[in-house]
Write a protein that binds this ligand. Sequence first.
Ligand code: ARG
Length: 293
Amino acid sequence: MSSTLNHPTPTTQDAATGTRVPNRRRYLMCRPDRFTVSYRINPWMNPDDPTDTSLAVSQWEQLHQAYLDLGHRIDLIDPLDGLPDMVFAANGGFTLDGIAYGAKFTYEERIPEGPAYMDWFEANGFRVERPEFVNEGEGDIMLVGDTILAGTGFRTDPRSHDEVRRIFDREVVTLNLVNPSFYHLDTAIAVLDPVAPADGSPANIAYLPTAFDEASNRILEQRYPDAIHVSTADAAVLGLNSISNGREVVIAARAVGFERQLRERGYTPIGVDLSELLLGGGGVKCCTLELRG
Ligand code: ARG
């Protein structure tokens, strides 16, 4: 596991990247004590295939430890009976400026997670905004620098994008997802720079172009001319579903091409294996909800 924060190793530098500066973040996670695949709401899930809950827990613990090693603050929400997908905390809401916009899930199986997460936000000092429209939290609503990218096509209702714009008073850019395997925005886009780098370059992303329609591809090309385009193979192990502090990027260990691309840009990838949670259609980012106070 990386200990580069205590003993900084020089990151690859070139004119484009400069020196990468990591920053500490605060995340909410949920232990997968209740994880299994008992229904199918995305193409990754096969209720007939066995799952190993204790393996899911031990893999999740490695992710949790990776964040602690990077100096992040982790809060935990208690897993609830009958909610096997609650481990995917990213879907529990979207937080910014001390405000938590609650989730309203698409599928009945996950609907009770919305209020459970809103209760947690309320008990932990966030002002909760109850959603009118279907949205799956940070799974489809992602902050890149000062801009909010918002996905739609499979889960989140585009009318929730207007709610987000009104509540947070930020620019919200709607993106259309078209491939059912990449049903949430955070399976198709990785935020590489949670805040814009100090050298004045815009916060950057990585993405899978074929996950988006043509109009959205044009928007992404125009806004992020330096973005990393990942291969289908790397996206297919949910490689994009990752968490960056602006320097270290926690990714699926199996996304070896993306790992190389990150190194070339001066980031330090940290691979974790969440193969068991992949059976539910989730990866690193899905297990992680950023708390922005
Ligand atoms: N089984 C979950 C679902 O289909 C996986 C959620 C993954 N979460 C994410 N942020 N992409 O809803």
